[in-house]
Design a protein around this ligand. Structure first.
Ligand SMILES: Cc1cc2nc3c(=O)[nH]c(=O)nc-3n(C[C@H](O)[C@H](O)[C@H](O)COP(=O)(O)OP(=O)(O)OC[C@H]3O[C@@H](n4cnc5c(N)ncnc54)[C@H](O)[C@@H]3O)c2cc1C
Length: 417
């Protein structure tokens, strides 16, 4: 019999940083179950969140990951829950979804921490978006007015007020927007916690276990074929991030998804250099202080296909950006550099729900917001599987907005348990 490994979480090679442990430090071998209620493809933040929520509902759930949990994009994320700071003109529907997720985060966090017995460093100091120099003030004002028109609870600050909040910033800070509701978590803690939470609820995770294809029977998806054999499932959920087309294309399903590369780095703050209490955004970069002393500096946005290379230009942009904002960064050690691929759709919003193929559901395309949107995504898929439909803003994000699928077809035949 072939086995897949149920292994510890490992930070991807691209992270060039020490590995984190997942649920425990062992590498166990698990036999594939012959049949489960729910099979989830991909163990990033989206796949694990969905798998965990459904395991909590008492279903038999297996998640399949071709490498290690989080090693796709999720461990590359900064962990900002930035519904307000991320809000762009034209993104009203996405804002509704993002705010719904932001509201779910405190309970989501409590339940992950309770089920896993691990902390995920949920920090609630908020986010400060700043203008550096006079030139940037007008653009910041435009952003603020747009936020106000969208009903966001943000505050305009002059330069002195902004620097009172974060005295480590340069005097060239001329204005700021306080986004007090934009909190953060640490993906390096979140991912192992999700693994352990899933396992504590009886869900099974198969790492180093790529899904190669789907099985069909009687006109619907009946299971999947992995490197270790076949697993039958009543419902299969495609949550393998930017690689979703590998699974969907053979089913004749086209999704408008592409990788949008981001390079980032972690600086190590010391007592002397310890600079920030909250997340800070400039026009160039964001800075996210973590409780273990790391300061994450992110991130570039590059349409570069699946080329993960760390480039001199990318690092230069980040280091120049942090230097412009935070003088004490000069003394900080560079702890890690990495890159990741945001799963990005044509409208920068996720794809949630039915695929048009009975028994096959999808949750991908979370672009810059997969960590923020994990709770609302997991809740939507949980609803779809258990009640047969999604409520709230989630139905606005169906695959049918890009193509002509009939969601009812998939639900009637496959999703409802
Ligand atoms: C630099 C950077 C910073 C970011 N910062 C933030 C942030 O601050 N806040 C935020 O909300 N979002 C942020 N994001 C976006 C966020 O990281 C993504 O939206 C999110 O991680 C997507 O999660 P996912 O689970 O869909 O994908 P992934 O994490 O990529 O998970 C998919 C998994 O599927 C696996 N897989 C692929 N094919 C198969 C197969 N055939 N069989 C089995 N497994 C397979 C992959 O190995 C992978 O682990 C950032 C992204 C980047 C790159």
């Amino acid at each position: 019999m072939i086995f897949c490994s149920d292994s510890t979480i490992a930070v991807g090679e691209r992270l060039r940083a020490p590995p984190q442990s997942a649920s425990d430090d062992t590498t166990r071998q698990l036999a594939l179950p012959a049949r489960v209620d729910i099979a989830v493809i991909g163990a990033g933040v989206i796949g694990l969140s969905i798998a965990w929520r459904l395991a909590r509902r008492g279903m038999s759930v297996a998640a399949f990951e071709r490498a290690q949990s989080g090693a796709g994009t999720s461990l590359a994320a900064t962990g900002m829950l930035a519904a307000a700071a991320e809000h762009e003109p034209g993104g009203e529907d996405l804002l509704t979804l993002a705010l719904a997720s932001q509201r779910l985060w405190p309970q989501f966090r409590s339940e992950i921490e309770a089920d896993s017995d691990l902390s995920i460093d949920h920090r609630t100091e908020g986010t400060l978006v700043v203008a550096l120099g006079r030139d940037e003030v007008e653009r910041l004002r435009f952003r603020y007015e747009h936020q106000q028109r969208s009903g966001l609870d943000t505050r305009w600050l002059n330069g002195i007020e902004a620097r009172l909040l974060e005295p480590g910033l340069r005097p060239s800070v001329t204005a700021g927007i306080a986004c007090d509701g934009d909190h953060q978590v640490d993906p390096r803690l979140l991912m192992p916690a999700l693994v352990r939470a899933l396992q504590s609820r009886g869900g099974r995770l198969f790492e180093n276990c790529p899904v190669m294809s789907l099985e069909t029977a009687g006109g619907r998806i009946s299971g999947l074929v992995t490197a270790a054999g076949v697993c039958q499932a009543r419902t299969v959920i495609v949550a393998n991030g930017v690689w979703a087309a590998d699974i969907l294309s053979p089913q004749g399903i086209d999704i408008p998804l592409r990788p949008l590369k981001g390079q980032a780095l972690a600086l190590k703050a010391t007592k002397q250099t310890s600079p920030l209490s909250r997340v800070v955004w400039t026009e160039q970069i964001h800075l996210a202080p973590k409780s273990d002393g790391r300061l994450i500096v992110g991130s570039t946005m590059e349409d570069a296909g699946f080329n993960a290379a760390i480039t001199a230009g990318g690092m230069l942009a980040l280091l120049e950006g942090v230097h412009r904002a935070l003088p004490s960064s000069e003394e900080m050690e560079i702890e890690a550099i990495w890159s990741g691929f945001r799963p990005t759709t044509d409208d920068d919003a996720p794809i949630l729900g039915a695929t048009g193929v009975p028994g096959l559901l999808i949750a991908t395309g979370h672009h810059r917001n997969g960590i923020l949107l994990a709770p609302v995504t997991a809740a939507a898929l949980e609803e779809l599987v258990t009640a047969g439909s999604m409520t709230g803003a989630a139905p606005l994000f169906g695959l049918d907005r890009f193509q002509d699928v009939q969601p009812g077809q998939a639900l009637a035949a496959g999703a409802r348990q």
